[in-house]
Write a protein that binds this ligand. Structure first.
Ligand code: AIR
Length: 404
């Protein structure tokens, strides 16, 4: 039986960006206190959290203080140092979720792909590359273009470089600047993601989201995804298989490709055309934390991904992931030429539109393509389709301007 007292349990979160902010927003009503650790004074999570420890993500003293004050340690950024968290977690007896070993696996995209492929999770062809010759060889084998990825450190598209031809191999490797891997470029029909939750002795998956990326950065999530039922079910199966490999409780963002064609026998055996049955599901990447493609769950489902993360890491029962209504989320990315104080103008249309919710992360500085906020638009009547929602959401996003 789960018991609540005052003050409630404390969650220590390494990282205090928008994810930490939305975690704190979700923790409040449950009586859970959040302390974040982030190097930026007045980080986005600070005004909503109980407290902020100003320290680097790998600062041992800071993380020890966080662990001593917390009942459970978690993280909202992959720059968190798994070795330091693991060691200090053990020293202080504060559990860390997801487990640092999971973060270690995920940290290195090559290790991540290898472990998942070994577990039978479908992944695009991939390999380690050490020099430009390896990249060129991969282009020979997979065909151009290929996707060159930094094995560690990249997020929000940083560190992912499409290589169009062999002539670009050298420059691409240089821009990645570090250990790298190459993946075959997936000819996808759409990108989708499953936000999945691993609880104490249960798992949950949120409705499938369809993601639109540009320049490797998420722009929109559309729910339900416009995939066939068969593909949607397949995505949930793959997500559950992924969770089997992950160690530790919490929310995982599982990014998937739905390929354009159905290969093999499924199209003939089911008697459906590829369009009806859809393509295959391949794993793209995993994030061991709440994910941008799950922000829509705040308004769109009965329990948000942030509340699920709080519940999961504390070992509490998970909530319902049932869809409330079709929902579209659009990111508000810094539309500025260079860094400047954050100021978003003309927000009136968003505020006045029924079903629209504005989330502003409170980042002091806008930077080109930085995630500054998002807008969620939920259907408020039965007749509204996701295509209608998408059109309105795009209009809302276009209505606001960053002061430059
Ligand atoms: N984040 C973590 N991994 C990927 C993303 N987008 C979130 C976390 C982190 C914040 O982005 O909430 O703290 C950092 O944002 P920025 O704009 O300061 O780089």
């Amino acid at each position: 039986m789960t018991t609540l007292e005052t003050p409630g349990p404390t969650l220590g979160v390494v990282g205090g960006g928008q994810l930490g902010r939305m975690l704190a927003e979700a923790a409040g009503p449950l009586g859970v206190e959040v302390v974040v650790l982030d190097p930026t004074p007045d980080c986005p999570a600070a005004p909503l959290a109980h407290d902020q420890i100003v320290a680097d993500f790998d600062d041992e003293d800071g993380i020890r203080e966080l662990a001593e004050r917390a009942d459970v340690l978690t993280f909202e950024i992959e720059l968190a140092d798994q070795d330091v968290m693991g060691r200090i977690g053990e020293e202080t007896g504060t559990p860390v979720h997801p487990k640092p070993s999971t973060l270690e696996t995920i940290h290195d995209k090559l290790v991540q792909k290898r472990e998942l492929a070994e577990a039978g999770v479908p992944v695009p062809p991939f390999r380690e590359v050490e020099d430009a010759d390896d990249v060129r060889e991969a282009i020979d084998d997979y065909g151009a273009p290929v996707m060159l990825k930094a094995r560690t450190g990249g997020y929000d598209g940083r560190g992912n470089v499409p290589v169009e031809s062999k002539a670009d191999a050298e420059d691409a490797l240089e821009s990645v600047a570090g250990p790298a891997m190459v993946e075959s470029f997936v000819d996808f029909e759409r990108e989708v993601s499953v936000i999945a939750v691993k609880g104490e002795d249960e798992v949950a998956t949120f409705p499938l989201g369809e993601n639109v990326h540009e320049d490797e950065i998420l722009r929109e999530t559309i729910v339900p995804a416009r995939s066939s039922e068969a593909v949607t079910e397949r995505a949930y199966d793959v997500a559950r298989d992924v969770l089997e490999v992950m160690d530790g409780r919490g929310v995982y963002g599982i990014e998937l490709f739905e390929t354009s064609e159905t290969r093999g026998t499924s199209e003939t055996s089911s008697g459906q055309s590829p369009r009806e049955s859809g393509g295959e599901i391949l794993l793209n990447e995993i994030a061991p934390r709440p994910h941008n493609s799950g922000h829509w769950t705040i308004e769109g489902t009965q329990t948000s991904q942030f509340e699920q993360h709080v519940r999961a890491v504390l070992g509490w029962p998970l909530g319902s992931t049932a869809l409330r209504s079709p929902t579209v989320m659009t990111n508000l990315l810094g539309d500025v030429e260079e860094q400047r104080p954050a100021q978003l103008e003309d927000i009136d249309e968003i505020l006045e539109t029924p079903g629209a919710s504005l989330h502003w992360y409170g980042k002091r500085q806008a930077r080109p393509l930085r995630k500054m906020g998002h807008v969620t638009l939920s259907a408020h009547d039965e007749g509204t389709s996701v295509d209608d929602l998408l059109e309105t959401a795009r209009d809302l996003e276009a209505a606001v301007t960053f002061r430059s």
